[in-house]
Design a binder for this molecule. Sequence first.
Ligand code: SF4
Ligand code: SF4
Length: 415
Amino acid sequence: MQTHLAPRLRDTAEGREAESILRSCVHCGFCTATCPTYQLTGDELDGPRGRIYLIKQWLEQPQPDAGGAKATRLHLDRCLTCRSCETTCPSGVQYSRLLEIGRQQLAQDVPRRWHARLGRRVLAGWLVHRRLFSMTLAAARWLRPLVPAHLRARLPADGVAGDWPAARHSRRVLVLQGCVQDSATPGTNAAAARVLDHVGISAIAVARAGCCGAVALHLDDADGARQAARNNIDAWWPGVESGVEAIVASASGCGLMLKEYDQLLADDPLYAYKAQRVSALVRDLAEVLDGVDLGGLARDTHVPVAVHVPCTLQHGQQLPDLLPRLLERAGYRLTQTPDSHLCCGSAGTYSLMQADFSARLLTRKLDALQSGQPGRIVTANVGCQLHLASQAQLPVSHWIELFDPDGTGVRPGSG
Ligand code: SF4
Ligand code: SF4
């Protein structure tokens, strides 16, 4: 694709990166067919190729056009960042990075209105503040009958984390506790720690580590995301220096973010090297347990299971078969899910910001997951888990709970 970037951007690092990505696109349109939002609207501008054109147009215009910003923003905001298009693209176009640059440039050139900016800031602050989020959840559970029905469906049940084993093995990993997951599904990481302990690996949670930064990035706050990354690197650095085997994320969305700290902080002279070291150590929980014999821990293997592999695992981390393979090896019978490459509509804060598209994608995804008549649904990301559980007719949980030696984490229907 030929490009003529505006002089104001031509000599910037982001401008050069965007130009190189734009030039790698041969506008074949293969990606359009596998884009969930294009499938909903049939509008080229709600597909990756259309969005690439919109970003190109924006970056090429000599002066920002406030009038055109509204339409461009509408279609860019509707993108789930699911990266299905990246999996499909034969030319290796780094669409998600281009989208990030496009969104940030747009926000800089024509800022959102003050109330939209304020709303995003409040949402980001609330989600990543563990205590505040946890207190809100507790209050909402207590006042459940008064909570509006559409939000009530999303309320996770009050979970019990259970014991976290003391560090007793020479093999050690650090575990990201995250922000939302820590309050919404506290059983997940505790179950992961128990399973890891059972197979001879001690899991260590560093309290100072917090949100991975994905929430800020979803809400156009790249500086906030970089700050979250620096905070986590500082928290984990002593562990990294002491030779931990891995930094483990049980939420694939967080894992993807951590794996990309090296790109996020590439231009930071103080953190670039540390970010590379940290990113190289990051593993999804299923990667750590891949190849480990979990058959002895597997419960209820007679119940057929539908697996939702989150976009962040299959498209982002490019590990589409890892989880189904692990579960089959442990003895589970997996049901077929048509169009398993499509997003469930959760996508970080998307389900809150684009409620209509998100709800339609959820209905399609649940129809697909339930079509093989499974007895339960498992997934690997807290956002997908809560989103699916809000409307599913079956129990939805994180897959690790199937193997939890204590079993305290399995809460049917709650996710
Ligand atoms: S498939 Fe790749 S090269 Fe083809 S239009 Fe989509 S992004 Fe461009
Ligand atoms: S990231 Fe997903 S929603 Fe966005 S353009 Fe690509 S396929 Fe479509």
